[in-house]
Design a protein around this ligand. Sequence first.
Ligand code: 4AD
Ligand code: MG
Length: 433
Amino acid sequence: MATTFVRISDLKSHVGETVSVRGWVMTTRSSGKIAFLTMRDGTGYLQAVFPKNELVDGAWDRFATMTQEANVLVAGTVRADARAPGGFELTATDVTVVAPSVEYPITPKDHGTAFLFEHRHLWLRSRKQVAIARVRNEIEHGISDFFYDRGFIRTDSPILTGSIGEEAGELFATEYFDLGQAYLAQTGQLYIEATAAAHGKVYCFGPTFRAEKSKTRRHLTEFWMCEPEVAFADSNENMRLQEAFVSYLVARVLERRQDELKELERDTAPLEKVIAPFARITYTDAIANLQGQGSDIQWGTDLGADDETALAKAYDKPLFVMNYPKQVKAFYMKENPDDTRTVLNNDCLAPEGYGEIIGGSQREDDYDRLLARIEAQGLNPETYKWYLDLRKYGGFVHSGFGLGLERTVAWICGIPHIREAIAFPRQIHRLYP
Ligand code: 4AD
Ligand code: MG
């Protein structure tokens, strides 16, 4: 067998050569004189053609033993063929089954979602799942490039924390030696407010945890969040950064991940429209708008997923909803001087019914007001001493936001549920595999 191993994505530089390709069997079919294999090696998909008369001894019989997802080694000559997937085809001379695959559970027939998630470790090999993971990877790199290019410093925040970041009701807690309870971080924000005073423009990007009882298509108990924090930026500038960021990520996927979007059958026309600036409405106007649409929602309640969809449908780009009532938002948001019932915050709602992908705000930079909010929410001021220090030593106007990675991936991929936007989703009823 030929000795040059080539990955499918590199076949283009080996046209006319005899090479070996290693990978997994997707499908086989045979018609007496000629047989076809489609395979994948993680870098791409390849069709190999097996003309019976041109194969080495025994290869035709070995072909017949190949089953779905067996690991195989195929030798042959690389041919350019515009009709072939990936643009190249292998005219094979030999095949070896390196490792068998007996009764692979995920067959080309339809399987229920529960079954697929129980087999998530295998389902990840499927074409759509591969495409989603590639889009996610593109977005992760986009996040890193966007902030690096703008002079932000990535400062990583702890996952085990002693200060509650968002909501006391949604915490995973664990005993922490002699120090009592530690919590899995709901956000890195409080910590990057500290690093913002060291570097001016910072972000963190990592897993965050919410013990949310919600079983919706937008909630995971473990999800990745990218959180920038900017010194001397107010809420207005914060939204400008968000729209630049979201537009950049969408454009980057459109530019570099066309094959994956095709695989996902994503209509890209709505994505092409995602260009800054985005429209802004206040929460108060949003409530009036919803009431005008026949909703009985009252001022003071948080917007639900259906409300967000109803609001966003009038726009073909993401929409900012600003200045929510204090009581539905976190303690750290700065009071709105023009309407003290509200805060200087915004959510960013994705179009096409995807809802909130970003939550952001200007931070309360006044020591006394912040302390009062902490106390009013029943949080323990002792655990926020360090956070309050940021208001004591050179307090500064600052703002930031958190973009949920899985919600962004789900929206850009056009998939209905965020659980497919992460390799191993964690939900209330799912901890395996
Ligand atoms: O609006 P959230 O709760 O904001 C924060 O955590 C702030 N500390 C961010 C900041 O200002 N630095 O969450 C931000 C985003 C949401 O818009 C959503 O995209 C995502 O995180 N998110 C979730 N994604 C999946 N599952 C969940 N349970 C999520 N909760 C929030
Ligand atoms: Mg939010």
